[in-house]
Design a protein around this ligand. Structure first.
Ligand SMILES: [Zn+2]
Length: 416
């Protein structure tokens, strides 16, 4: 979740709490002869957020506390001042008997509230309250009209919050990153389904937990991704044949997660075609990390003519990849350096012959340029065998049953 989205969510939670607190009890009706208590105490509540460059002391004073109380409240609060960010939400509560509040709530996260209350002696005491997350499992279905993000956003609207849907799109792209370049390979009409854990708070906020199974149908052929947890608790995804989704090469030099965080998830303009200039262009914000699509050795890192800042990497089996127009290089990227698949080797820029920030990406096989879209379709990863395959078979059966069901709550226990 982005910090901005987090702040919005926290803001919404605070607003909801404030509305709830303002709902006043119905007026009491006395029996004949009974004297009504003239001093019915009414609770009030005010939400506020920390302004940019503002200190918590100033905020508390703005909310009616005198400097001494503000200092006492902060002293009682286990807040790390370095963790305070502009936009952080607080709520002040009080009653009609006093002018300033007698309770301050600091919202440190979706599920964590530090509540500071004035006690009998006039001092302040803090309690750290955690809201309980509950977990269930949902099936989300989507059909691609434009992007992966839009498909999940639409298909999951009834079941997941907006931030949870975006996170799910990024997670799907991560799971399939060896098989599918989500920014290029999806076609209108491609379908997806995903069984995912949903974690919810009593406030209505939700986030995603583990993805348990997924299916992505590209041009009528579905590749499933079924989660299998090893004995160490480490999870891997296998297709319906029991072959690892991990392979020799990633399908794209930019992570969908990093690309679309700069572009809001819309489809990226393609700047050129492969035939025109023997490379693929990815439009992305300047500074987006560029990753090597496979293990290898850097054979060039520096300035080279129209390429601008260029990294060239040699992989196994005569494969060479080039990443051009970089703004700069990743840590320790120089000629001779060993790099591991997914490692950041540079950052998107516009150096050399370039009209705007983009990555120019080339694949050569034994000296000849090849279209990355086909050249990187590496063979599937290692297949499961023996007892592992048997265990996988049982998990696959449950996962496929869940994938076949209607959208919404999944009642079977799919996790392994
Ligand atoms: Zn290019």
């Amino acid at each position: 979740m982005t910090p901005r989205a987090g702040r919005l969510l926290i803001g919404a939670v605070v607003a909801a709490l404030a509305i709830a607190a303002l709902r006043l009890p119905a007026p009491r009706v006395g029996k004949p002869g009974e004297l009504l208590d003239a001093t019915v105490v009414r609770r009030w509540s005010r939400a506020d957020t920390l302004g940019r460059g503002e200190t918590m002391t100033t905020l508390l004073q703005r909310r009616g506390f005198d400097p001494l109380d503000a200092a006492d409240i902060l002293e009682a609060t286990p807040l790390d001042s370095r963790r305070l960010r502009a936009g952080m939400a607080i709520e002040v509560r009080g009653d009609s008997a006093g002018s300033a509040g007698d309770e301050v709530r600091f919202f440190l996260g979706l599920d964590r509230v530090v509540v500071v209350r004035r006690d009998e002696s006039g001092g302040w005491r803090a309690t750290d309250e955690r809201l309980p997350w509950t977990t269930d499992t949902v099936l989300i279905r989507g059909t691609v009209q434009s992007t992966l993000y839009a498909a999940i956003d639409e298909g999951g609207a009834e079941w997941l919050s907006g931030t949870a849907r975006r996170e799910l799109a990024w997670t799907m792209a991560d799971i399939y990153e060896y098989r599918v370049d989500m920014s290029r390979d999806l076609q209108r009409g491609d379908r997806l389904r995903v069984v995912v854990e949903r974690e919810s708070l009593p406030t209505g906020a939700s986030r995603i937990g583990r993805v348990l199974a997924a299916g992505l149908e590209l041009g009528g052929r579905e590749v499933q991704a079924i989660r299998l947890e090893g004995e160490t608790g480490r999870a891997r995804f296998y297709d319906q044949e029991g072959r690892s989704l991990a392979a020799t090469f990633l399908r794209a030099p930019l992570s969908f997660r990093r690309m679309s965080s700069g572009f809001g998830g819309r489809r990226h303009p393609v700047l050129g075609t492969w035939r025109a200039h023997k490379g693929l262009d990815y439009s992305a914000a300047a500074g987006t990390p560029v990753r090597t699509i496979g293990d290898g050795t850097v054979t060039f890192a520096g300035r080279r003519g129209g390429f601008g800042n260029l990294v060239e990497i040699r992989h196994l089996n005569g494969y060479v990849t080039r990443y051009a127009h970089l703004r700069g290089f990743g840590p320790a990227i120089r000629s001779g350096a060993r790099v591991a698949i997914g490692q950041t080797i540079g950052y998107v820029g516009s150096t050399g012959l370039s009209t705007g920030p983009h990555l120019h990406f080339e694949v050569l096989v034994r000296g000849a340029h090849r279209n990355p879209r086909t050249a990187l379709q590496s063979a599937a990863g290692p297949a499961l065998r023996g007892a592992e395959l048997d265990r996988f078979g049982a998990i696959r059966r449950v996962a496929q049953q869940a994938l076949a069901g209607p959208s919404g709550l999944v009642r079977a226990a799919v996790a392994n």
